[in-house]
Design a protein around this ligand. Structure first.
Ligand code: ADP
Ligand code: MG
Length: 388
């Protein structure tokens, strides 16, 4: 789960990480009032969406005067902001953050994630901040330094100093940076974060260390014990279908292809997507209905898949281990009838009661093709999608 920049900065401030003064606004008038309260001549107006790359996409503007703040907010609010990190549709700008501008001497980068192979939280830092850090990692990896934190010892001040000096900070700045890093580490561990990132972390004109941007992502599996974080969730920034799916306990991810996939088990779902691709097709989604799926879940899954107008054919690949294939067949038939599905369905049911399941599908008189062999099933669905 992600937070907005303004929410992340509130948390930063609580954990002793310096951030610019700012105020949230969800109307142009509020933006003007926010600027007045902040005071001064110049302001930065920042679109609040769950994506980076706003600067280059026109979502971060430095302006002068209250009129300009109001004008800029008016232009941003209500639009869909498309950045390198959003899909082609972009994300809705429902609020802007009005900030005091900082004088920037240097733009640095710092982040923390869990390195699964090391089984540790790692911090990454670079003097090449403000830009695409993936590019830095790929083309100039020597500009990026990583340290791993021992879970029993916690982040050690010497590790923070190591990163600080690597970024060529002065001694005073290293001291400030050590506080920033220990704040980030506490946020990471106390709030069950999955990613914390400051890009850019700046050195101001006066030589101080300030977080100019803030990105926080939390472990969804820990939200049950992070109520204050969970309450700040902004559903408008999330894929509608993915949100719907989570209500029914379906693991669903929207993709860009035209073959809807309905599978039980994440491993089988991955393999199904692979084989669809292998035979020249493109999956429209990843969908794991779960090992012990029910007819109701199958119906909800159908509704989700068919919400996308791009879906030209549906591939059902279910292994009846915990669940029986005849129950799944029943679910498929009910769902197809209920939704009034027009597009072709290829169903591969394997496992308990599979013969019975297949018979039911055949006898249904609906546009459902039962196929036993996985390769043949994939080829059939790809052909159906192409000819649609
Ligand atoms: P994004 O990562 O989405 O592009 P950032 O918050 O990193 O958004 O802002 C992009 C750029 O805009 C920063 O690299 C910085 O140069 C500038 N910027 C952002 N906030 C401020 C601010 N308060 N004062 C001065 N410049 C800013
Ligand atoms: Mg940024």
């Amino acid at each position: 789960m992600n937070l907005h920049e303004y929410q992340a900065k509130e948390i930063f401030a609580r954990y002793g990480i310096p951030v610019p003064q700012g105020q949230l606004a969800s109307s142009p008038e509020q933006a003007r009032a926010a600027a007045k309260q902040l005071g001064g001549e110049k302001f930065v107006v920042k679109a609040q969406v769950h994506a980076g790359g706003r600067g280059k996409a026109g979502g971060v503007k430095l302006v002068e005067g209250f009129d300009a703040v109001e004008e800029t907010a008016k232009k941003m609010l209500g639009t869909q902001l498309v950045t390198k990190q959003t899909g082609a549709e972009g994300l809705p700008v429902n609020s802007v953050y009005v900030e005091k501008p900082s004088a920037i001497a240097r733009e640095l980068y710092v982040s923390a994630v869990v390195d699964r192979s090391k089984e540790r939280i790692v911090f990454m830092a670079s003097a090449a901040g403000g830009m695409d850090i993936e590019e830095v990692a790929e083309h100039t990896p020597e500009k990026l330094k990583t340290i791993a934190v021992h879970p029993a010892a916690g982040l050690q001040p010497y590790q923070a100093r190591e990163l600080g000096f690597f970024m060529e900070m002065s001694k005073e700045q290293v001291d400030q940076f050590t506080k920033v890093l220990s704040g980030l580490y506490r946020i990471f561990t106390e709030l069950d974060a999955a990613l914390v990132e400051i890009n850019p972390l700046i050195i101001t004109g006066e030589g101080n260390v300030v977080a100019l941007d803030a990105k926080l992502n939390f472990d969804s599996n820990a939200l049950y014990r992070q109520k204050a974080i969970a309450e700040q969730r902004d559903y408008s920034q999330e894929d509608e279908r993915e949100r719907e799916a989570s209500k029914y306990d379906l693991n669903y991810v929207t993709l860009e292809g035209d073959i809807g996939c309905m599978v039980n088990g994440a491993g089988l779902a991955m393999a199904t997507m692979d084989i669809v691709k292998l035979h020249g097709g493109k999956p429209a989604n990843f969908l794991d209905v779960g090992g012990g799926t029910t007819a109701e879940k199958v119906t909800e899954a159908f509704k989700l898949i068919t919400k996308s107008p791009d879906v030209k054919a549906i591939f059902i690949n279910i292994f009846g281990g915990i669940v029986r294939c005849d129950l799944i067949a029943e679910g498929i038939i009910t769902a197809v009838k209920q939704i009034g599905l027009k597009i072709p369905v290829v169903a591969r049911l394997q496992g308990t009661n599979m013969e019975k399941g297949r018979e039911m599908l055949k006898a249904s008189g609906l546009k459902i093709t039962p196929v036993e062999d996985l390769t043949e099933a994939a080829q059939t669905v790809v052909a159906l999608a192409k000819s649609a």
